[in-house]
Design a protein around this ligand. Structure first.
Ligand SMILES: [Zn+2]
Length: 424
C-alpha cells in the first residue's frame, strides 16, 4: 500500500481537541511511519473522516420525486404514502444505483464510514450485497443491515433476519461489516423480534433499529404490549451494549435511563426529524453515546452537525458549538467499535488513516479553542478524502468512479422507479 506525507496543513484531531500545523505521515493504511509521496495541503485543515451513523442509501433516487397526490399529514402517512411504497418498488438494479450514488455523494462530503439501514421488501435476498458493493465501490467503510419487519407478514420478517445472517456470514470485504437491522418496534411482533435478537446474539453482532421516532411509536407500544418502546425492546433483549438506536425522539425519562444504562449508541438525525415534523430528541439527556445520522437525506455530516447545533441551541442556552463536534466524534467511536479500531477518528500514530482534507481559508484566528466555531459557522470545502490510507477523493473528484456516467444512469432509472411505486 502506498504511503503519503501531507505537508503544510493544520491537523485538527477532533477527538482530543488538538489543532496544530504539522506534517502527517501515512503508511500501510495507518497514521504514522515514514510517509512517502508528498501531498501539499497548505491552507487546509486535516480532520478524521466523518461517520454517518444512520443512513438509508435506498432513498438516494427519491430526490426530486413528486409527492403523493394526497399529501401526508403525519409521520405514519409519510411512511405509508412515500417510503413504504418506494422501498417496495426497489429492485436489484435500483438498490445498486442508489447505493453507488449515495455513497459517492457521501464520500464527496467527507464521509468515510456509512452505517446503513436498508429496506426493499420485494427484493430482500442478496440486497445487502448491492448496498455493500455500492459503499465498497466508493472505497468507503460501511456497516450494513436489512430492516427486519412484519409489515408484509412474519414470513418476510424471517426473510429479513435470514438476509442479515446470510450477509454477516458470507461477507469478506475488509472495509464492510454487517449488523442485525430492524425497522421499528411497532412493525415487529414478538415472534420475529425474538428470532432476530437470538440470531444477532448468536452471531455476536449489534442491532440497529428505529426507536420512538414519532409519538405514535409509543402509543402503539403501550396499546399492544403495555410497555413503552424502549422498555419493550429491553424486555426482549433488544437493547444491549453496542446496539444502535436511531432517533429516540419520544423517549420518556424512564426510557432515557434505560438507554443510558444499556450502553447503546443513539443516532440523532435532526434534519430528518425536522423534515418529518416528529419533534426534537432529548439528546442532551441521552448521555455521551449520541452520534449523528442523516436518515437518508444525504451523506453530509457537516450539514447535519450544523443542524444539530442549531436545534440544540434553540432548545437551550447550555448548548455550545462543541456539542455537535462531540457528536461527530461519537460517530467515529461507533465506527471504531464496529471495526475493532478504538483509535478511529484520531490523527495520531497507529490510528486508521481515514481522513478528510478541508480547504478552508480562515477569515479570523483559528486554534484549538475555536475550531468548533469555524466548522459550524464556516463553509469548508471538502478537497480530499482518504480511507484506510487510500485516496478516494482528490480535489473534489472521486478517484475511481465515473461520476457523470453514474449520475446519468441514475437520472434514467429514477423515473422508472417512481412510476413502479404506483403498483404499491
Ligand atoms: Zn431511519
Amino acid at each position: 500500500m502506498s504511503s503519503h506525507t501531507l505537508t503544510g496543513g493544520v491537523v485538527c484531531d477532533l477527538v482530543d481537541g488538538t489543532v496544530e500545523p504539522r506534517d502527517l505521515h501515512i503508511s500501510d493504511g495507518r497514521i504514522g511511519g515514514d510517509g512517502g509521496e508528498t501531498v501539499d495541503v497548505s491552507g487546509c485543515l486535516v480532520t478524521g473522516g466523518f461517520v454517518c451513523a444512520h443512513h438509508h442509501l435506498y432513498s438516494a433516487l427519491a430526490r426530486g420525486m413528486p409527492g403523493p397526490g394526497d399529501a401526508p399529514r403525519n409521520f405514519l402517512e409519510i411512511l405509508e404514502r412515500v417510503w413504504w411504497r418506494l422501498d417496495r418498488a426497489l429492485d436489484p438494479e435500483t438498490i445498486s444505483l442508489s447505493a453507488q450514488i449515495g455513497a459517492l455523494e457521501s464520500a464527496l462530503a467527507g464521509t468515510t464510514t456509512i452505517v446503513d439501514h436498508h429496506a426493499s421488501p420485494e427484493s430482500i435476498e442478496g440486497s445487502l450485497d448491492g448496498i455493500a458493493e455500492g459503499i465498497a465501490g466508493a472505497g468507503m467503510r460501511g456497516v450494513v443491515c436489512y430492516e427486519v419487519t412484519d409489515r408484509h407478514g412474519t414470513e418476510r420478517g424471517s426473510a429479513g433476519v435470514a438476509e442479515n445472517a446470510r450477509f454477516i456470514e458470507a461477507n469478506d470485504r475488509p472495509l464492510i461489516k454487517g449488523m442485525m437491522g430492524a425497522h421499528a418496534s411497532f412493525t415487529i411482533g414478538d415472534q420475529t423480534m425474538d428470532e432476530m435478537v437470538t440470531v444477532a446474539r448468536n452471531l455476536g453482532v449489534p442491532l440497529h433499529i428505529h426507536v420512538a421516532e414519532d409519538a405514535s411509536d409509543e402509543t402503539d407500544s403501550i396499546e399492544k404490549y403495555g410497555l413503552r418502546t424502549a422498555h419493550r425492546l429491553s424486555e426482549r433483549g433488544a437493547l444491549a451494549e453496542g446496539d444502535l438506536i436511531a432517533h429516540g425522539v419520544h423517549l420518556d425519562e424512564s426510557e432515557i435511563q434505560s438507554v443510558r444504562t444499556s450502553g447503546v449508541f443513539v443516532a440523532h438525525n435532526p434534519r430528518s426529524n425536522m423534515n418529518n415534523g416528529v419533534g426534537y430528541a432529548p439528546v442532551a439527556a441521552l448521555g455521551q453515546r449520541v452520534a449523528l445520522g442523516t436518515d437518508g437525506i444525504d451523506g453530509d455530516m457537516l450539514a447535519e452537525a450544523k443542524a444539530c447545533y442549531l436545534k440544540a441551541r434553540e432548545a437551550s442556552w447550555e448548548a455550545g458549538v462543541g456539542f455537535p463536534i462531540e457528536r461527530l466524534v461519537q460517530g467515529q467511536v461507533l465506527a471504531g467499535s464496529m471495526f475493532g479500531e478504538p483509535a478511529m477518528g484520531r490523527l495520531s500514530a497507529g490510528a486508521p488513516a481515514d481522513l478528510c482534507v478541508l480547504d478552508y481559508g480562515a477569515p479570523t484566528p483559528f486554534d484549538a479553542g475555536n475550531v468548533a466555531g469555524h466548522l459550524i459557522f464556516g463553509r469548508p470545502r471538502v478537497r480530499d478524502v482518504m480511507v484506510g490510507g487510500r485516496w478516494i477523493v482528490r480535489d473534489g473528484k472521486h478517484t475511481e468512479i465515473g461520476e457523470e456516467e453514474l449520475r446519468a444512469k441514475c437520472r434514467e432509472a429514477a423515473p422508472k422507479l417512481w412510476s413502479r411505486m404506483e403498483e404499491y
